[in-house]
Write a protein of this length. Structure first.
Length: 403
């Protein structure tokens, strides 16, 4: 029983008793009490081993617990499940009757006290029959579709179970990137290859020579590499954690839409001309009066000049709104100028759709100056806002005056 108590208090002991000395980062993750864990990991860092230990611990020390292991394919989730069963086999003699298995298959481990660990493929339909899991582990999370992630989260509403997502990056796209960049409820752990003593610098050098720097940075250095040809490749650098002391003029931008989303972003311009974005609205098929009610008051808005009727309706509702400048190249240049000079800052978690679009909005082809006409609704609202604020500055730049 002492062995069982030690493993209950310290999940890292499950690895130690299986003859695995956990890396420092593995021990930190296993000992964390956070209900939401987000791990950005190098290849071969040992994340599947950590997932298996987390799953086994959750099943061992709670009666009738349900633990779900999900990956993009059933083969991948079975690999984690196999490691979980191997850890169980190594620890079972020390746990006594408490840890005895009642049934073991390639997809399921059932313990005598009713807890289950299940390996499932990465398909939304596989989740519909389960409820109340104590732990959901999402492996290779950056490759798991948004729909599966959206289906998994509601299952935790009643059980208050844990959600653990582990992955190497896969570019600035998908829910894993958005949560890493803007999510507010996660405890994050970044594990590049340098934190894994089993990966040698010589090997990384060979990988760079064979596959290139971009591949190594993504697969081993936890880099969310930008898609080729992004209009705003450094947008993520504008994300900041705190706006507690920010004050200034309340301003916002609006892009009208019905089937395409109505998009609005807003924030404050400080006395030193830094634009802080602290909120957004992004919704399709909603009437204008609903949008008007959702927008913050006492704000100066710059809106899509093509929406003359909408602008007049907003003005009739007491909202101060002006037609924006819809010059595409000029707007991109103005937003880029603020990004490069640090005069555009986005509160982390406040504008998830804006950040998502910035990770996708790109030019049509190499050498083109025309972006693809998609992934640009919140970005259009930002363009109208920045062009409205910087009209005088851009005029001085065109005339060659110092600003």
């Amino acid at each position: 029983m002492k062995s069982a108590l030690a493993a209950m208090l310290d999940p890292a002991m499950l690895l130690v008793r299986a003859g695995v000395k956990p890396d420092a980062w593995q021990a930190r993750v296993l000992r964390s009490r956070a209900s939401r864990l987000l791990l950005c990991c190098s290849r071969q860092a040992g994340k599947s081993t950590v997932t298996a230990a987390l799953a086994l611990h959750a099943a061992l020390f709670r009666r009738n617990a349900l633990v779900l292991l999900l990956a993009p394919s059933l083969r991948q989730s079975r690999e984690i499940h196999a490691k979980c069963m191997a850890l169980h086999a190594a620890n079972a003699p020390l746990l006594g009757s408490w840890g005895k298995a009642a049934r073991q298959t390639r997809d399921e481990l059932v313990l005598g006290h009713g807890s289950r660990v299940l390996a499932l493929p990465g398909a939304e339909a596989t989740l519909r029959g389960f409820s109340g899991p104590g732990l959901i582990a999402l492996d290779e999370a950056s490759r798991i579709p948004d729909a599966l992630y959206a289906a998994a989260r509601p299952m935790l509403a009643v059980s208050q179970g844990r959600l653990v997502a582990l992955s190497t990056p896969f570019g600035r796209q998908g829910w894993f990137w958005r949560e890493w960049a803007t999510g507010t409820a996660w405890e994050r752990h970044e594990i590049p290859w340098t934190l894994c003593p089993r990966i040698a610098p010589d090997f990384i050098g060979e990988e760079r020579h064979a596959l290139g720097d971009a591949w190594v940075e993504q697969e081993y250095a936890c880099s969310f590499g930008a898609l080729t040809g992004l209009v705003y490749p450094n947008f993520a650098q504008s994300l900041h954690d705190s706006t507690a002391l920010v004050s200034g003029e309340a301003v916002g931008g609006i892009d009208f839409g019905w089937r395409n989303p109505f998009a609005a972003v807003w924030g404050v311009r400080t006395r030193d001309d830094v634009l802080w974005l602290v909120g957004e609205r992004y919704r399709s098929r909603a009437p204008l009066f609903e949008h008007a009610r959702a927008l913050p008051g006492k704000t100066l808005w710059y809106a899509d000049p093509a929406g003359r009727t909408e602008i007049e309706e907003l003005r009739a509702a007491g909202i101060k709104v002006w037609p924006g400048n819809n010059t595409l190249s000029g707007g991109i240049a103005a937003v880029t100028a603020r990004l490069e000079t640090g005069r555009l800052k986005v509160a982390r978690g406040a504008c998830p759709e804006l950040v998502r679009e910035a990770g996708l909005y790109r030019y049509e082809a190499a050498g083109s100056e025309t972006p693809l006409d998609r992934d640009n609704h919140a970005l259009a609202a930002l363009r109208y806002l920045v062009m409205g604020l910087d009209a005088g500055r851009m005029g001085k730049l065109r005339s060659g005056l110092k600003v």
